[in-house]
Design a protein around this ligand. Structure first.
Ligand SMILES: Cc1cc2nc3c(=O)[nH]c(=O)nc-3n(C[C@H](O)[C@H](O)[C@H](O)COP(=O)(O)O)c2cc1C
Length: 228
């Protein structure tokens, strides 16, 4: 796709030209894919085990039918054993105002502390899983492990999404999910960010032009029949 067809305009093309001439520095090969979601995965809470929370950034969407996601967890984490034993967990997506609690759950272990008590977060019942979800998180994704892949430093749990709960405050009058209301948190190269400026809807790059054409047509029609 040429820059022209992307419809970025003269100013966008000038900015693009400036960026492409920017100097580069070789960086050591590593995990620089970003931004990442940062989530609180809840697990445990059954068979006499205390429910736990683990902060995870290595989380990914991997399949839509069946809906699946993956989490990469180091075997030495307390949560690793809990997830392996129960074969289930929930991914709780925090809003930016939960950044402090999210960070804390990523620096202490459930072996030593009760993270629900320590954060003041509320454990609530899942619809399909036995571990609790986090009530304060606007989106809760309940997962059942389908495959476990030991990769090296991390174990990849591939899991099917068996239920989802969303805060009622995110659902608009038409029943659509307005995720802009969630105040989501992102993680990049060791830093937390609150999601910022809204740019557009999926497919806006093509829809914009169609819209413009529609607007022209509307104006033409309006000129022809002023009573419309
Ligand atoms: C922002 C952030 C992201 C993290 N991402 C991961 C991750 O993807 N996988 C992992 O194994 N540990 C990750 N950690 C580290 C664990 O959350 C941390 O070791 C935690 O204390 C483990 O808790 P547990 O022993 O109760 O399971 C992350 C920590 C932070 C702060």
């Amino acid at each position: 796709m040429s820059v022209q067809t992307a419809g970025v305009g003269k100013r966008g093309r000038e900015r693009g030209a400036r960026r492409s001439s920017a100097a580069k520095t070789a960086w050591k090969p590593g995990n620089l894919l970003m931004p990442l979601p940062v989530v609180l995965a809840s697990c445990g809470g059954t068979r006499g085990q205390r429910a736990n929370l683990i902060t995870l950034a290595w989380v990914g969407t991997i399949c839509s039918d069946p809906p699946m996601l993956s989490i990469a967890v180091r075997p030495e984490r307390h949560s690793h054993a809990l997830i392996k034993a129960a074969g289930e967990f929930a991914v709780n997506v925090p809003s930016a105002d939960l950044a402090k609690q999210t960070d804390w759950c990523g620096v202490v272990s459930g072996r030593d502390v009760d993270k629900f008590a320590g954060t003041g977060l509320t454990p609530a019942a899942g619809l399909k899983v036995s571990c609790p979800i986090v009530l304060e998180c606007p989106v809760n994704i309940e997962c059942r492990v389908r495959k476990t892949l030991p990769l090296g430093s991390h174990t990849l749990f591939l899991a099917e999404i068996v239920a989802v709960q969303v805060s009622a405050a995110l659902v608009d009058g038409a029943g659509a999910l307005d995720i802009r209301r969630a105040g989501l948190l992102a993680f990049a190269h060791g830093h937390y960010f609150e999601l910022g400026r809204y740019i557009g809807h999926f497919g806006f790059s093509v829809r914009k032009r169609r819209k413009r054409r529609c607007a022209c047509r509307e104006r033409r029609l309006a000129r022809r029949s002023p009573s419309r």
